[in-house]
Design a protein around this ligand. Structure first.
Ligand code: SAH
Length: 385
């Protein structure tokens, strides 16, 4: 059962009753950028920032260890720093970025969605999913999304703004801290995987997402130390950005939201296809696979009588056979007001069989979090009454 828990202390805000909450007092649009934060910077940048405050560079390393290794942003915990300096450094480099506005959970507390409010009132969501063998954080890269895919809840609202690097890292940090504290049923643990499958198109916010990937994957104290291979960047298929990502020397997994093997249908389901066609997107995907040695995930939402025809499975198989690819079939999560629904299970099975018969690796994606609107494509960041 979904349970609403308002304003949990899991947020990164250190709001106390007599401190005005900046997210409430800020006038929308009055400030353009989120406040700068330690997690926006690499180690050298942090040392420079600390030096600009008139402090020795090693203070940046101490601060980094608190944040990235001990997962604390509370100055009271930083006992290796002089008391006055703690407050000063935290105020300058660890400002509250995201405040938990609402938290919903299901699956006995092992799936939890958090609605976050940023400094300017922008709303984003993240989802933590604990499985027996892994813990995945699904994070947002933008508030809203400009890609306008008609079956996706986030796509309906349009783009509000890009998130900063630190706002992205903050979502993973919150999950890591929840896991470390033992507050997620199953005992204390770690976040093992990060997927950029929350709100937004990560490759449309390239620089911030790239820096966030580095921060999430660099070993502490530079970053959170999650393996690059356990990070997935999911895209509608922004071809130049896929090519650029292929040249970054990373080994993160690329997921391409294909949803149709033919341009006629994909033009409708993923409107950016009007700019970059199926063949171009797949060419870029194979470049990525060649550069990284990593199998590309092909995401395919199964939409009843829209994209689930046998001939489309055969066409998809012919595009993918012999390639370094894996198909993830996602039963469509119907969004409010949508005319579409998930494929009939027998039809979905036939679609899967047709791919498997041609040697294309295929699995059906688990759709955790449906009850809390936390499943793929359901994140819309509405605060319901
Ligand atoms: N913008 C990126 C990442 C966010 S969406 C992208 O499009 O890849 C993460 C995945 O959820 C994408 O594959 C997206 O197409 C899929 N998705 C969106 N809405 C969905 C829905 N209603 N049901 C199932 N999957 C959906």
């Amino acid at each position: 059962m979904a349970e609403a828990i308002p304003l949990l202390p899991i947020g990164l805000s250190q709001a106390d009753s007599d401190t005005p909450d900046p997210s409430r007092t800020a006038v929308r649009g009055a400030r353009k950028k989120p406040p700068p934060h330690l997690a926006d910077l690499d180690l050298a940048g942090r040392r420079a920032a600390v030096a600009a405050l008139g402090q020795a560079g090693y203070r940046a390393d101490q601060l980094s260890r608190h944040f990235f290794a001990r997962l604390t942003d509370d100055p009271a915990d930083m006992t290796d720093l002089p008391a006055q300096l703690r407050g000063e450094l935290a105020a300058a480099l660890l400002p509250p970025l995201l405040t938990a506005q609402r938290e919903l959970d299901c699956d006995g507390g092992t799936t939890r969605k958090t609605l976050w409010r940023a400094f300017d009132g922008a709303l984003v969501e993240s989802v933590l999913m604990r499985y027996p063998e892994r813990v995945t954080m699904c994070v947002s890269s933008q508030a809203g999304c400009g890609m306008a895919c008609p079956f996706c809840a986030t796509g309906q609202a349009g783009l509000t703004r890009n998130l900063s690097t630190a706002e992205i890292v903050a979502q993973v940090f919150a999950g890591a801290r929840a896991m470390a504290s033992g507050s997620v049923p199953g005992g204390a643990g770690r976040v093992s995987n990060v997927v950029f499958m929350g709100m937004g198109e990560p490759l449309a916010n390239y620089a911030s997402v790239l820096a966030a990937v580095r921060r999430i994957t660099e070993p502490a104290p530079a970053g959170l130390g999650i393996s690059q291979r356990s990070v997935t960047v999911s895209t509608v298929g922004l071809v130049p950005a896929i090519r650029r990502l292929a040249g970054e020397g990373l080994s993160v997994r690329l997921a391409v939201s294909l949803h149709a093997p033919d341009d006629e249908l994909r033009d409708e389901l993923v409107p950016v296809n009007r700019r970059w066609k199926v063949a171009e997107v797949l060419d870029a995907a194979w470049e990525y696979a060649a550069a990284t040695g990593r199998r590309v995930s092909i995401e395919y939402a199964m939409i009843r009588d829209v994209n689930d025809h046998g001939w489309r499975a055969d066409l998809l198989a012919s595009l993918l056979a012999g390639r370094l690819a894996h198909v993830n079939l996602i039963p469509l999560n119907p969004t409010p007001g949508s005319r579409w629904t998930a494929s009939d299970p027998a039809v979905a099975q036939d679609f899967q069989d047709r791919l498997a018969d041609r040697g294309v690796p295929v699995t059906v994606r688990d759709t955790r979090g449906r009850e809390i609107d936390g499943a793929c494509g359901q994140l819309a960041a509405t605060v319901r009454a």
